[in-house]
Design a protein around this ligand. Structure first.
Ligand code: 4AD
Length: 503
């Protein structure tokens, strides 16, 4: 069989009323007497293929009837439009070839816990939800490159083995480099600053490593980060670049992945709002909000909503459990079992929120100017907004040594975080860089760094220093936010987390 002649399910609109060959994997089979409804997936989409008894060899018809999920097949037939069918087209099958049988595929339509799915990640990637997320991630990554390439930036690949810390030194992965200690990169920024002095506008894009002892749904130990760096830029220009950039990604995802967004249950209305200008708050304004009456009322209202949600979830759960005790069809039992697992996870999540709400409200009320904003503080601020919000001008002590001291208020630096709305939290961190040699050396010393370890970085401030800055955007967090996926581990094919690396 020559599979080169096959057509892709995504292209079926060009083949209506024609006989074509599809090749893929058996996603689902619904035999119904003399007809079988096979759903085939081929990597580009799903198509229902209808096989009538008598139209193909009887033995083959029976064999296909008993084929296991994920068996591979080549199927030939005529394409017709069918609104009720997945994807809008259907194939009337005229011949079929079983390429390879799959028996006892471990991931069945019935319920599986996350541990089981992660251990079977190599197969789980074939699931519809993962397929949808992979397509969305692809658009996010493609849009990132397009945005910078079309805006006069030059891509500079920064090293993975690095000689110095860019961010928090406690989150470095040390490697033995022929007897010498080196680190896996936490950020390409310091190298990128040097490249910006050659090329003006540059960006790097690659894997980044953080040995953060954090098991939250927003932390991976290996994640992808894109970092632009611009010579002759101040905070205003950087904020404008960041909001145009994020809006461009959102627009492309909406244009290219609407079907996938709908299937994963993303909040499309919210995505449509991602347009400049984003909200802007200074850190001091954020602290006033956190410690003021607005947050107190907001948290109390949230708690009420969580209790309401809990009640609804419990009602649905008890209804499902009651159904399971009665006599129902097997498919319904399996569907219910899957929903029960999901609903129990939702219940435990809302219970955690109920437990955390008073603690987070207290943390916010007691917040003291000078501390970095914690995850819960960011969540509160981001929940109060319906589109992204920039928080700027953090206290020096809370931030990295390379950030530029604000010359009009030397307690703070010219930095920003971009928080995604509705509680999602930080997506971007960035700043103007300190460009004065003496100020930078003093800052590095204050923070316990030895300036001699940073000699090449300091050189940039000796030979034609210019104002410059940039930011870093985390890809997995962006995908999770846009796809309304709770845990960023689902937004990279092979996640690495502090507590587990599965495959
Ligand atoms: O705020 P961060 O640490 O900024 C930097 O690394 C700067 N050097 C970037 C720059 O100015 N060039 O990280 C930037 C972004 C975060 O906002 C977040 O989206 C992502 O990187 N990020 C993580 N994503 C997943 N898991 C983690 N452990 C992450 N840590 C940061």
């Amino acid at each position: 069989m020559n599979y080169a002649d096959r057509v892709l399910i995504a292209d079926l609109k060009r083949h209506v009323e024609k006989e074509v060959m599809l090749a893929g994997w058996l996603y689902r089979n619904r035999p119904s007497g003399k007809v079988q409804f096979l759903t085939l997936r081929d990597g580009s989409g799903l198509c229902q293929c209808v096989i009538e008894k008598g139209k193909i060899d009887d033995d083959l018809f029976d064999k296909i009837k008993h084929l296991g999920q994920e068996s591979s097949l080549a199927i030939t037939g005529t394409i017709r439009e069918e609104q009720r069918s997945v994807g809008g087209y259907e194939m009337a099958v005229t011949s079929a070839e079983i390429i390879s049988e799959s028996k006892d595929y471990p991931i069945t339509p019935k319920a599986h816990g996350i541990d089981f799915l992660m251990k079977n990640r190599h197969l789980h990637l074939r699931s519809q939800r993962q397929w949808n997320i992979s397509r969305i991630r692809h658009t996010v990554v493609d849009s990132i490159r397009r945005f910078f390439n079309d805006d006069g930036f030059t891509l500079v690949d920064t090293p993975i083995f690095t000689t110095m810390a860019g961010e928090d030194a406690s989150s470095l992965f040390e490697v033995d480099y022929f007897g010498e200690p080196l680190h896996l990169t936490q950020t390409g920024q310091l190298y990128l600053e040097t490249a910006a002095m050659s090329l003006g506008k540059v960006y790097c894009f690659g894997p980044t490593f953080r040995a953060e002892k954090s098991k939250t749904r927003r932390h991976l130990t290996e994640f992808w980060m894109v970092e632009p760096e611009v010579a002759f830029a101040g905070l205003k220009e950087l904020l404008e670049l960041a909001e145009n950039f994020v809006s461009f990604i959102a627009k492309n995802v909406l244009e290219k992945n609407r079907a996938q967004l709908e299937q994963v249950g993303a909040n499309i209305e919210l995505l449509e709002k991602i347009k400049p200008p984003f909200y802007r708050l200074t850190y001091s304004q954020a602290v006033d909000i956190l410690t003021g009456p607005k947050t107190k009322d907001f948290m109390a209202k949230q708690l009420e909503e969580f209790h309401q949600q809990k009640k609804q979830i419990e009602e649905r759960l008890s209804q499902l459990e009651k159904e399971q005790k009665g006599s129902i069809k097997q498919w319904k039992r399996e569907k219910n079992a899957a929903e029960i697992i999901e609903i129990k996870a939702d219940l435990s999540e809302v219970e955690t929120k109920i437990e955390n709400n008073p603690k987070h409200a207290q943390l916010a009320a007691d917040f003291k100017w000078g501390k970095d904003l914690g995850g819960s503080d960011e969540t509160i601020i981001s929940m109060m907004h319906d589109k992204p919000v920039f928080v700027t001008h953090y206290p020096k002590e809370a931030k990295a040594f390379y950030m530029k001291t604000d010359r009009s208020d030397d307690r703070v630096v010219e930095n920003f975080d971009m928080l995604a709305p509705e509680g999602f939290g930080e997506i971007i961190g960035g700043s103007v860089r300190e460009d004065d040699y003496d100020v930078l050396v003093a800052r590095a010393k204050d923070m316990g760094f030895k300036p001699e370890d940073y000699d090449w970085y300091l050189d940039l401030r000796k030979y034609g220093s210019v104002p410059h800055g940039g930011f870093g955007l985390g890809v997995e967090r962006t995908v999770a936010w846009m796809a309304s996926e709770k845990h960023i581990r689902q937004c990279i094919a092979f996640p690495r987390m502090m507590d587990k690396v599965y495959i």
